[in-house]
Design a protein around this ligand. Structure first.
Ligand code: NAI
Ligand code: MG
Length: 342
């Protein structure tokens, strides 16, 4: 039985996290959940946004399932998500976007965005130049070391994929030093991996190409902000933010979440699509050597989505979060364990 830190999160967080736990446990997960709080929920309970006990729990368990955490726009506290990724040096953010719903914008999309997770423009080094706030500056940090480890991770990841194709996304024509350094490291590593097809694209062209012809790409590696934006775009190609899971991986720790945020516009209504969090739970199971459970979970979700009877409103259906969850648990009961292994 693996011990895993659990942060249910803000907004729709508890709704989708509870659904994810129900599904992966029905799929056979053996997990001892160590529930902790963070974000707005932490503040509401008189704690900090990132309480020390939460950090200690994650440090000890090394694995975390996390619901979305709200970050105030403009003023207010800094992103707890970014802080967690930085604190534990979770340097690679892996965001698969795969078509599971037929009749969507595209079928047969199978993309993975690997986002550098610790630096870039999200280093958060910003200031006003004077007390009148007449201008503000933000500093982008790109280091050889952080670029090398995430791009190296991407090459190793691609080696496990059926299509061995890696696209590095940058803006080295304008940001010649920062984006240029990331591109140079990529080209250098590409020469060590001749078996993998490597190319690069400028970010604006990449956004266009992804919308026009996403099937030409397989795995994408890029800097923090471009990865943030492109992964939402890729989620849109496969049915929306409710469909896209994320794994934040470091040397020995990993945190699993959805690409989406706390969705305040639908929080408390019980209609959020839990698929992204369920698929994040499946990635967590793969990570803790319960890959059979991960496969079973994905098979259950795919059956319900393909069947099409039970879908949440973001996918054009009328099902609640709980009804979708019930349907996946029901589908799991009809999937023999052996089928999931294959
Ligand atoms: P968001 O991802 O929460 O929502 C964008 C749109 O997608 C909304 O219309 C929402 O209803 C919809 N949506 C998102 N997830 C959905 C789901 N599972 N089912 C159905 N519809 C879904 O992005 P937004 O509104 O920009 O951010 C809200 C808050 O979340 C902010 O405080 C932001 O900082 C935070 N956030 C946290 C993240 C994290 O914890 N990793 C990631 C992104 C945002
Ligand atoms: Mg984002």
């Amino acid at each position: 039985m693996s011990k895993v830190t659990l942060i249910k999160g803000d907004g729709i967080g508890p709704e989708v996290v509870n659904a994810a736990i129900r599904v992966i446990e029905a799929a056979g997960a053996a997990i001892d959940w160590d529930e902790q709080v963070a974000g707005v929920t932490g503040v509401e309970r008189g704690l900090e946004t990132l309480p020390a006990v939460t950090l200690d729990s994650f440090r000890e368990n090394k694995v975390c399932l996390k619901g979305p955490l709200t970050t105030p726009v403009g003023s207010g506290f800094r992103s707890v998500n970014v802080a967690l990724r930085k604190e534990f040096d979770l340097y690679a953010n892996i965001r698969p976007a795969k078509s599971l719903v037929p009749g969507g914008r595209y079928d047969n999309v199978d993309l993975v965005v690997i986002r550098e997770n610790t630096e870039g423009l999200y280093a958060g080094i910003e200031h006003y130049i004077d007390t009148k706030r007449s201008a503000a500056e933000s500093i982008t940090i790109v280091t050889q070391d952080a670029s090398r480890r995430v791009i190296q991770f991407a090459f190793e990841y691609v080696a496990q994929r059926p299509r061995q194709r890696l696209t590095l996304v940058h803006k080295a024509n304008i940001l010649k030093y920062t984006s240029g350094l990331f591109l140079d490291v990529g080209k250098e590593l590409a020469s060590d991996h001749p078996e993998i097809e490597f190319n690069d694209r400028i970010i604006d062209n990449m956004a266009l190409q992804l919308v026009l012809d996403p099937q030409q790409f397989d795995t994408i590696v890029t800097t923090n902000m471009f990865g943030d934006i492109l992964s939402d775009l890729c989620a849109g190609l496969v049915g929306g933010l409710g469909m896209a899971p994320a794994a934040n991986v470091g040397q020995e720790m990993a945190m699993f979440e959805a690409v989406h945020g706390s969705a305040p516009d639908i929080a408390g209504e019980g209609v959020a699509n839990p698929t992204a969090l369920i698929l994040a739970g499946a990635l967590l199971c793969d990570h803790i050597d319960q890959a059979v459970v991960g496969d079973r979970t994905r098979a259950g979700v795919e059956r319900v989505l393909l069947d099409g009877q039970v879908r949440t409103p973001d996918l054009g259906g009328t099902a609640t979060t709980d009804e979708f969850c019930d349907a996946v648990v029901g589908a799991l009961e009809r999937i023999p364990a052996a089928e999931a292994v294959g």
